[in-house]
Design a protein around this ligand. Structure first.
Ligand code: ZN
Ligand code: ZN
Length: 320
C-alpha cells in the first residue's frame, strides 16, 4: 500500500544515542562528547561544538566527512569551555582546517590564549576513579592565539541561526550552553551531565538520571546550581551534554528541576576544595582560590612530570 511516510522527519528512535536532533549529531570520544550541528548531507554547512580528546581528531574528521562530505570543514568551532577533554583535538584539527575560527566566552580566553591555568582539579571530591586521578589532568593553558574569538555579546551564535548562547558558569568560569528556541534543543556542555542506564534511549524512563557537572573541575558550586536553574527555565526537550548519552523528552525540564532540588545534598561534594568557597577568576585568569585539601598537597610533588605526560597524551602540546 502506498503511504506518504517517506518524507517523515526522523523520529527519536532513529537518532543515535548521543545525538540530540536530526541535525545535531553527537559522538563520544572515550568519555567525552562532541557535537556536529548541520543538515547531514554532502556540502552542507556545519559547526563543531567542542573538540574532545586529542586522540579523537581522526574520528572527528571521519564523522564530519560521513555527515557533510569530504573537504568540507566546519564554518566554526564553538567551545562550551576549555577543559582539556573539550579542546584536546583542536590543535591537530586546526592544522587541517586552517581558516576555521573558534568561539568561546571571554572568561575562558585566559585558558585558551596561554595566559592562565585553570584552578587545579580537586581529587577530594571523591566519587570514583576519574576524580581520584583528576589531580593529574592538564589544566592548560592552551594557546590558540587569534584563532579563538569571543562569542558575540548579543547572545547570538556565529554560523548558527536560531541558536543563542547562555553563560552557565560554575564548572568553568566562562562555561556556556547553546540553545535553539525553535525545537528547544540544548547543548549543555558540562553544566550538567547525563547517564542513561537504559539501553533504550527513545523514551525517557525513570531510570535516567541527570547529574551535576563533573565534580573534580567544578570551581563554584552555587554558580553551577544557578546555571542549571537557568537551563531548566528554557524548557529544553532535548539535551546533549559533555558526558553521557543524549536526554530527549518532555520530562527534561522536570528532571532539571529535580536535579536543582537535590543539588546541595547529592551533587556538591562534602569537603571538596571548592565546595564552600569558590575560586575567583576574571578575564586574566585566576584571582584567588581556596587552599587545597591537605592530602592533596603531598601529591603536588612530581605533579609537573605527570601533568606533562598526560598533556602530551591527551591534551596536545602547548604552543610556545
Ligand atoms: Zn569540563
Ligand atoms: Zn567535560
Amino acid at each position: 500500500m502506498e503511504t506518504q511516510t517517506t518524507a517523515k522527519p526522523k523520529t527519536d528512535g532513529e537518532l543515535e544515542a548521543y545525538s540530540v536532533a536530526s541535525d545535531v549529531a553527537g559522538m563520544k570520544i572515550i568519555f567525552v562528547n562532541v557535537f556536529f550541528v548541520g543538515e547531514p548531507r554532502p556540502g552542507s554547512p556545519w559547526v563543531l561544538v567542542d573538540a574532545g580528546l586529542s586522540l579523537g581528531a581522526g574520528s572527528i574528521r571521519q564523522k564530519a566527512a560521513e555527515l557533510f562530505g569530504e573537504n568540507n570543514p566546519p564554518k566554526a568551532i564553538l567551545l562550551t569551555h576549555g577543559h582539556f577533554d573539550h579542546v584536546g583535538a583542536l590543535e591537530p584539527l586546526l592544522k587541517e582546517w586552517t581558516d576555521v575560527p573558534i568561539y568561546a566566552h571571554p572568561l575562558e580566553m585566559p585558558y585558551l590564549r596561554g595566559k592562565s591555568n585553570y584552578p587545579p582539579p580537586d581529587p577530594a571530591v571523591g566519587g570514583g576513579a576519574m576524580a581520584y586521578m583528576s589531580w593529574m589532568f592538564p589544566t592548560g593553558p592552551y594557546d590558540f592565539g587569534d584563532r579563538v574569538r569571543p562569542l558575540p555579546e548579543d547572545g547570538s551564535v556565529p554560523e548558527l541561526n536560531g541558536w543563542r548562547w547562555i553563560h552557565t558558569p560554575g564548572h568553568a568560569p566562562g562555561h556556556v550552553s547553546f540553545f535553539r528556541e525553535g525545537d528547544r534543543v540544548l547543548l549543555a556542555g558540562d553544566a550538567f551531565t547525563a547517564t542513561n542506564q537504559n539501553s533504550a534511549f527513545s523514551v525517557m524512563t525513570q531510570k535516567e538520571e541527570l547529574h551535576g557537572p563533573p565534580a573534580y573541575f567544578t570551581i563554584d558550586w552555587q554558580a553551577a546550581k544557578r546555571s542549571i536553574q537557568a537551563l531548566a527555565a528554557l524548557n529544553p526537550t532535548s539535551a546533549g551534554t559533555g558526558h553521557g548519552k543524549a536526554i530527549r523528552g518532555i520530562q527534561l525540564p522536570q528532571m532539571l528541576d529535580d536535579l536543582v532540588a537535590h543539588f546541595d545534598s547529592r551533587e556538591v561534594p562534602e569537603g571538596g576544595r571548592y565546595a564552600k568557597q569558590p575560586a575567583h577568576t576574571d578575564e586574566e585568569g585566576i584571582v584567588d582560590m581556596p587552599s587545597p585539601v591537605s592530602y592533596h598537597v603531598a601529591r603536588a610533588v612530581g605533579i609537573g612530570l605527570i601533568v606533562g605526560t598526560v598533556m602530551y597524551l591527551f591534551g596536545g602540546r602547548r604552543r610556545d
